[in-house]
Design a protein around this ligand. Structure first.
Ligand code: MCA
Ligand code: AMP
Length: 544
């Protein structure tokens, strides 16, 4: 149990909250090498034959294959040695679009170990999306699944990528074959805390996706803080059912377990049936709200299934109070909701330890140790407690900027160095942060971000389309779902079904609106701006 001094039931009178007490400061004193992997490997248990990760069947939950800490060490060493043998320039990016597997996690760890920069890509991305990321990030190495090789290879060739490897769901492929010829011992490459560890692409309200540059310090400081704050120990067993191309699954969940020598039960995909089958032996679960909604729809979820659990964490999207309450009634556990971003990893968390306060539904808790949060008005003025404004943050976890976009980076920081999250909220009188909305035009669907501007761009390019507006409306499963409202050019006959099929062939499936409405015109205000709020109201009950 954490016995730290942070977060009491104090009354907050100031708009800026957050304290400094990062476990990272203690860590810094003892580690010379700031490579995140050096900290991860230092946390491996003495008994290397113990099971680190158990891959499990994602439909039934049955164990497929156990991996020991020794295997984790040796296989990441082979991958790191393979990368080293390619003689890549310092700071080279390794772009990865593969299905989730334990080998894919090892690839991430191998890239860190070798001192290169990891660039994970959502498996749903299609050619035009991948072409942009590879063109923008200019990776030296691309790893994809064998089934994507035929279309990814030409994109990689055009971008002058040095090597393309394959990695398949079952762990085979040219990457593993090539790595097998390399030594199973490797000295972790020394990195400074500011060196880049990963680039995570996150879409923008205008223009193309931006690569958030995260350093070894950003990731490690956050991981050590979460491990401490959430009371992790070697006795924990984590059910890992999230994708590993985003912060939640790749960093938050994996880092906490790895830094605690805790075992992970590893699902390549989320299925309530499999998760419920393994819950009785687990202690920690992390999910986006959709995962909780789907688990609640299974009658087998009850206090008995959760008897061994100590922590359920939710985030990436707002958790409805109904879900929070129903979960407590059914399981006896109070979900801990936390808040973060690709640019910052985790920012705030409801308390783990009851002596630091209760977990309050509808809030995202307190700023994490070392993180500072403030709320600012339109003109940059500080908002008093309880007043709504833009959420701005500072801390060792906050990224250094967007890859090769200094202007965008400048826009997103205040002159005094605070990162503007684009989220709108308040800090209540007890210090809990409450998110009430977003200033950015963004839909969060099942934990994935969808930027309307990007989808509108694809729709507006279709023949016969005059203009369009993509909005998010409440959805019982995904929280929010995208809906497109489209105006045709005079004399055109638009077909909603054909438009959806066209979108499906071009962009990641989760970005495709669930419905398309063809209308005569879009509502506009006196300035001529489309009134998306009216469209949202009009379609609010669509999926009710
Ligand atoms: C799948 N579909 C979706 C989504 N997922 N549509 C909208 N939103 C989605 N999230 C599409 C499918 O392609 C399919 O389309 C149809 O919806 C039904 O899919 P289904 O089989 O139900 O989906 P699934 O494969 O079961 O996936 C649902 C999921 C998944 C498990 C909720 O979306 C998921 O893993 N989400 C987690 C995302 C995540 O990890 N986010 C963290 C980001 P069709 O029928 O046309 O084929 S990190 C972050 O946000 C920050 C830093 C933070 O705070 O954590
Ligand atoms: P991304 O950068 O894609 O990972 O998405 C980050 C965004 O997810 C944040 O800016 C928030 O809008 C949203 N988000 C993350 N966690 C929460 C949460 N617990 N409640 C509400 N929104 C959240």
């Amino acid at each position: 149990m954490p016995t730290k001094r942070w977060q009491s039931n104090r009354r907050v009178t100031n708009h800026t909250v957050g304290t400094g007490c990062p476990p990272y400061e203690r860590h810094e004193k003892i580690m010379n090498n700031k490579n995140l992997y050096a900290a991860i490997s230092a946390a491996f248990p003495a008994d290397r034959s113990a099971i680190a990760i158990e891959s499990a069947d994602s439909s039934t939950g049955a164990t497929l294959k156990p991996y020991s800490w020794r295997e984790l060490d040796e296989r990441t060493a082979r991958i790191a040695n393979l990368l080293a043998s390619l003689d890549l320039p310092e700071g080279s990016r390794v772009a990865v679009q593969t299905e989730k597997s334990v080998e894919a996690l090892m690839l991430y760890l191998g890239v860190l170990r070798a001192g290169y920069v990891y660039l994970p890509l959502n498996t749903a991305y299609q050619a035009s999306e991948i072409e942009y990321f590879i063109g923008n990030a200019e990776p030296a190495v691309v790893v994809c699944s064998s089934k994507s090789l035929a279309w990814i290879q030409p994109i990689a060739d055009a971008a002058k990528v040095t090597r393309v490897f394959t990695l398949d769901d079952a762990g085979g492929g040219t990457l593993v074959e090539a790595a097998a010829g390399h030594s199973a011992t490797h000295t972790v490459v020394t990195k400074s805390g500011d060196d880049l560890a990963a680039i995570l692409y996150t879409s923008g309200t205008t223009g193309r996706s931006k690569g958030a540059m995260l350093s070894h310090d950003n990731l490690l400081s956050n991981a050590l803080t979460l491990k401490d704050y959430w009371g992790w120990s070697a006795n924990d067993v984590l059910i890992h059912a999230l994708p590993i191309f985003h912060v939640h699954g790749l960093f938050v969940a994996s880092h906490c377990a790895l830094l605690s020598s805790a075992k992970m039960i590893w699902f390549s995909k989320f299925d309530p049936n499999a998760v419920i089958a393994r819950l009785p032996e687990a202690t920690v679960f992390m999910g986006v709200p959709t995962l909780y909604v789907r688990l609640l729809s299974d009658a087998r979820l009850n206090r008995d299934t959760c008897k061994n659990m100590r922590l359920f964490v939710a985030g990436s999207a707002p958790l409805l109070i109904e879900t929070f309450n129903e979960w407590r009634d059914r399981t006896g556990h109070t979900i801990l909701e936390r808040y973060g971003m690709s640019e910052t990893a985790m920012l705030t968390s409801n308390p783990y330890d009851a002596q630091h306060g209760e977990r309050r539904g509808g809030t995202v808790g307190f700023p994490l140790p070392g993180v500072q949060v403030r709320v600012s008005g339109d003109k940059g003025e500080s908002c008093p407690v309880g007043e709504i404004g833009g959420i701005e943050v500072k801390g060792p976890n906050v990224f250094s900027g967007y890859w090769r976009m200094p202007e965008k980076t400048k826009e997103e920081f205040t002159v005094d160095g605070w990162f503007k999250t684009g989220d709108v909220g308040k800090v209540d009188e007890r210090g809990y942060v409450v998110i009430v909305g977003r200033s950015k035009d963004l839909i969060i669907s099942g934990g994935y971000n969808v930027y309307p501007a990007e989808i509108e761009g694809y729709i507006n390019d279709m023949p016969g389309v005059a203009e369009s507006a993509v909005i998010g409306v409440p959805h019982p499963d995904f929280g929010e779902a995208g809906v497109a409202v489209v105006v045709g050019k005079a004399g055109s006959a638009l077909d909603a079904t054909a438009m959806l099929a066209d979108l499906k062939s071009k962009i990641a499936n989760f970005k495709v609106p669930k419905r398309v409405f063809i209308v005569d015109d879009l509502p506009r205000n006196a300035m001529g701006k489309v009134q998306k709020n009216l469209l949202r109201q009009q379609h609010a009950e669509l999926f009710a």
